[in-house]
Design a protein around this ligand. Sequence first.
Ligand SMILES: [Cu+2]
Length: 175
Amino acid sequence: MHLPMLCVVHSMRTAVIAVPVIGGLAIPGMVLAGPGHKPGESHSHAEELAYGVPGDPKKPARVVQIVMRESEDGKMQFVPDKIEVRKGEQIRFMLRNNGGVDHEIVLATLEENLKHAEEMRKNPDMEHDDPNAKRLAPRKTGEIVWRFTKAGEFDFSCLIPGHREAGMFGKVMVK
Ligand SMILES: [Cu+2]
């Protein structure tokens, strides 16, 4: 009578030990974190973030064109890489990838983007489907509509591993 009980307990313990090992290595970024974000990190449409809110495409917006590209000397860039915005202004970022590889733009605070870049290094295939981000294949265009509701300096980066390091980041100054 006792022996089967022990076996059950033993196998349960084995299972309990095995799961966190697998989870710690592979699961957090791929399943639990969803499209590049930890649970609880705020990316909801309704909530105001440090750098503003998703824009309303039906409302007027100033158009800002941003080109993504690689330079001949191996750098990766956004052109322009500095954008000035008035507080409260809505911007329609018209994006174009003129490069030869995929690029993305992720608008956030510098702190968030640096942290996010770290997660991307662990899960390079992570893709974003958020109102503050867009990934474009070569020759493709896209747009982000964003309303900057707070003054400050914010970051936009390509978080594909290696790209920010190669120069692919810029600054939004909201005054
Ligand atoms: Cu890139």
